[in-house]
Design a protein around this ligand. Structure first.
Ligand code: ADP
Length: 245
């Protein structure tokens, strides 16, 4: 199996406070990986620093064997819903069309072919009937599906999603999970920041357990052990019992 994401000794800090301390990871292609850990564990920071959206203090990251800047077209990122300006005046179809831009030739606008492909991606997430709506008029689940469609439109190889299920209805959550599993079945690699432990074993085949440092990485069954989870969620045992860990 080929390596999709390689991280060596990653350190990230905000104003001198370390948020990620010496994380090293090597993830093979075709995995659906959940990043779990308590609030403030650095889950979002990990993704953002991998994508060069925030600077790292130290470390080496490669995606598909290349530096991130050289492989951007093959990386799709779905940020947290809070990080998106939903008042921006753009229709659903145009928002998805943006996903086709990285693969367009220089100075070329998206044409009929791209529009048809964007529509197909909307169909895949079950949102085609909303294609002419403004993105701000959608529910949380619908918005998240549109942003997944945009990622699909990009024809990426590696997908990063930050808390895609927050504020999302059950049907949308199921649709999103189904598509993520299909992507992995096609050999693509998907990393998802996820705070809800109760679903982690159903959704992912691998887990990264983080609390600033890497606590554990491996198959979901390996990581989802009470003694391993406790190391990250120190002092939150009642919560863990509720989650059935
Ligand atoms: P998680 O996603 O696991 O909840 P984050 O990556 O959002 O954790 O945050 C990790 C730590 O970094 C937290 O202590 C958080 O307060 C801090 N942090 C995150 N973003 C910023 C920022 N923009 N400025 C300063 N501190 C930040």
């Amino acid at each position: 199996m080929s390596n999709a994401i390689s991280i060596q000794d990653l350190h990230v800090s905000y104003y001198g406070n370390e948020a990620i301390k010496g994380v090293s990871l090597s993830i093979d292609a075709g995995n659906l990986v959940g990043i779990i850990g308590p609030n403030g564990a650095g889950k979002s920071t990990l993704i953002k620093s991998l994508l060069n959206l925030i600077p790292m203090d130290k470390g080496n990251v490669s995606i598909l064997g290349q530096k991130v800047k050289d492989v951007r077209k093959k990386i799709a990122y779905v940020p947290q819903r809070n990080d998106i300006d939903w008042d921006f005046p753009i229709t659903v179809l145009d928002a998805v069309l943006i996903g086709t831009y990285p693969n367009l030739k220089l100075f070329k606008r998206p044409g009929k072919k791209e529009k048809e492909w964007a529509y197909e991606c909307l169909q895949r997430v079950g949102m085609e009937e909303f294609s002419k709506r403004q993105i701000g008029e959608l529910s949380g689940g619908q918005q998240q599906r549109v942003f997944l469609a945009r990622a699909l439109a990009q024809k990426a190889e590696v997908f990063f999603l930050d808390e895609p299920f927050v504020g999302v209805d059950v049907a949308s959550e199921e649709t999103i999970v189904k598509i993520l599993k299909e992507l992995c079945g096609q050999g693509k690699t998907v990393m998802v920041v996820h705070h809800d432990l109760s679903k982690a074993t159903h959704y992912f085949n691998q887990l990264v357990l983080l609390n600033k440092e890497l606590i554990s990485y491996g198959s979901t069954t390996e990581v989802f052990q009470s003694n391993v989870i406790e190391k990250a969620y120190q002092g939150q045992f009642a919560f863990l019992t509720e989650m059935g860990v």
